[in-house]
Write a protein that binds this ligand. Structure first.
Ligand code: NIG
Ligand code: FE
Length: 414
C-alpha cells in the first residue's frame, strides 16, 4: 500500500476539530498529512507524524508553502460544446443577457452545439477542462447537464459526465441533471405541456438511469416559475434525488421558499432574495452557493451577504463555469471576486470552497477538510499563506494537487 507523508509550513485543515474562534480555519504550523492509499491516515505536527510513520516516504514541501483541502467547485456547467464569444462581445457592448436569450442566443445557442456534439466530444472537452481545473487546485467538481433540453441530449450529457467521472486521474465529479434551464424551440408552442413532460416523464427516466445525484431548475423571471419547478422537485424527491436550484439571479420570484420546502441541498446565485426566503433556507439547512464571476460578467450588485449571515445561511462559493455568464475554470478567481466585490471574509471564502462546498454536495464525510479517515484530497500551494490564494491574478500557483490519494497535478520542476 502506498504510504507517504506530506509536510508543510502551514496546514489549513478547515476541520472544526482543529479550529477555535481565533483560528477559524484550523491552521496547524509545521505539520502535515499521512496518506495511506486513497485516505488521510493522520493529520498532525511534523514530529508527531514522523514518529508515527517511520517507514513512510516523506515529501517535504515545507519551504514556505501552505496546504489546504482540495478545492470543491459546487456549481459548474462543464458539459458544454461550442463557444459564445460573439455573444460575449455584444454583451460587453451593452446588449442584455435576457434580451440575447429572448432572441435565441444564450443557453439555447449552447443547446444547438450540444445537440450537434457526440458524447465522445463532450467527454473529451470535459476531461480537458477538469485537468486544467485540477491544476488550479480543484479536486471535486459538480457538473450540470442542461444544454441538451430534450431527453436524448440531456442523457448524452449525463453519460458524458459519467465517463469523465470514471477517470480517477481527474477531480471527483458529482453529476446534476439541470432539468429546467431554458425552454427549447420545440417547447415554445405549448410551454405547459413541455414542462409537464419534464415533471411527469423525464424525472423518472433520468432517476432510473442512475446518472444524476441532484436535479436543478432555473427559477427566475425569464426562466421558470415556482409553479413550474415545484412538480419537478417533488417528483425528484420522490425518486430519491437531491435538489439544487438557480434562484434570484435577476429577480426574486419565490424560489428560495420553494427550495427550502423540498429540503434542497443548495440554492445558487441569490443576487435577489427576500428576508423571508433566507429565513426559510436557514430553517431547512439549505446552503447558499454564491457565484461572483457570473454577477461580475453581468455587472450586477452583490447578493445580500450580511442578511445571509444574520439569517444563519451557510455560504458556499463556486465558479459557475459556463460558456455564457462565467467564462472561467478558476474557482480561485471566484474566491478573489467573493473577497473583493462581495465582501466575504478570507475565512468565509476558503471554507466556502472546501468544507461548506463539500457539505452542499453531501460529501461532508468524504472531503472538504483535512482529517483522518477522509479521502486524501489536498493542495500544496506555492504560496506562503492561504490568503494569497485569494489574489489569483496570473499563473496557477499550485505546487502539488492530490485527489483520492493520486497526484492530479504537480508544478513543472524548474
Ligand atoms: O448559472 N443562470 C442560468 N444558468 C447559467 C448560465 C448558463 C448560460 O448562460 O449558458 C448560470 O449563470
Ligand atoms: Fe449556473
Amino acid at each position: 500500500m502506498d504510504r507517504y507523508l506530506v509536510l508543510c509550513s502551514r496546514v489549513v485543515t478547515c476541520d472544526p476539530a482543529c479550529s477555535s474562534p481565533d483560528n477559524r480555519l484550523g491552521v496547524l504550523h509545521d505539520a502535515g498529512v499521512l496518506v495511506e492509499a486513497d485516505r488521510i491516515a493522520a493529520v498532525g505536527s511534523r514530529a508527531q507524524l514522523l514518529a508515527q510513520a517511520r517507514d513512510a516516504r516523506v515529501l517535504d514541501d515545507s519551504a514556505g508553502r501552505v496546504m489546504t483541502p482540495g478545492l470543491v467547485d459546487a456549481h459548474t456547467h462543464l458539459a458544454w460544446a461550442g463557444s459564445r464569444h460573439d455573444e460575449y462581445v455584444l454583451r460587453m457592448q451593452g446588449a442584455g443577457y435576457e434580451a440575447i436569450a429572448a432572441a435565441g442566443g444564450g443557453i439555447v445557442s449552447s443547446m444547438r452545439a450540444v445537440r450537434a456534439a457526440s458524447q465522445w466530444a463532450l467527454t473529451a472537452a470535459m476531461r480537458s477542462r477538469l485537468r486544467r481545473m485540477a491544476s488550479l487546485g480543484v479536486t471535486t467538481c459538480e457538473i450540470k447537464s442542461g444544454y441538451g433540453l430534450d431527453l436524448p441530449s440531456e442523457r448524452k450529457q449525463l453519460r458524458a459526465i459519467a465517463e469523465a467521472a470514471s477517470d480517477t486521474g481527474l477531480p471527483r465529479v458529482i453529476p446534476t441533471w439541470l432539468a429546467l434551464h431554458a425552454l427549447p424551440p420545440e417547447g415554445q408552442d405549448d410551454r405547459a405541456a413541455w414542462v409537464r413532460r419534464v415533471a411527469e416523464r423525464w424525472v423518472d427516466e433520468i432517476a432510473g438511469d442512475g446518472l444524476a445525484k441532484y436535479v436543478d431548475a432555473y427559477i427566475d423571471r425569464s426562466a421558470f416559475s415556482v409553479e413550474e419547478a415545484k412538480p419537478v422537485f417533488e417528483r425528484a424527491r420522490a425518486a430519491r434525488l437531491g435538489v439544487r436550484a438557480h434562484i434570484g439571479q435577476f429577480a426574486d420570484v419565490g424560489g428560495a421558499e420553494l427550495a427550502a420546502s423540498v429540503g434542497a441541498a443548495s440554492v445558487d446565485h441569490l443576487e435577489h432574495v427576500a428576508a423571508s426566503g433566507l429565513e426559510a433556507l436557514a430553517k431547512s439547512g439549505t446552503r447558499a452557493v454564491l457565484l461572483p464571476v457570473a454577477s461580475f460578467t453581468l455587472r450586477q450588485a452583490p447578493p445580500p451577504i450580511q442578511a445571509m449571515r444574520d439569517a444563519g445561511v451557510p455560504i458556499v462559493v463556486a465558479s459557475d463555469a459556463n460558456p455564457g455568464t462565467a467564462p472561467t475554470e478558476s474557482l480561485a478567481l471566484a474566491l478573489a471576486f467573493a473577497l473583493h466585490t462581495y465582501g466575504l471574509t478570507p475565512e468565509e471564502c476558503l471554507l466556502g470552497a472546501t468544507r461548506e462546498a463539500a457539505a452542499s454536495l453531501g460529501l461532508e464525510g468524504t472531503c472538504g477538510r483535512l482529517a483522518a479517515g477522509l479521502s486524501a484530497d489536498f493542495v500544496v500551494w506555492d504560496l506562503p499563506h492561504e490568503r494569497a490564494i485569494l489574489q489569483p491574478w496570473g499563473s496557477p500557483m499550485t505546487h502539488r494537487v492530490v485527489g483520492r490519494g493520486r497526484l492530479l497535478h504537480s508544478a513543472p520542476v524548474s
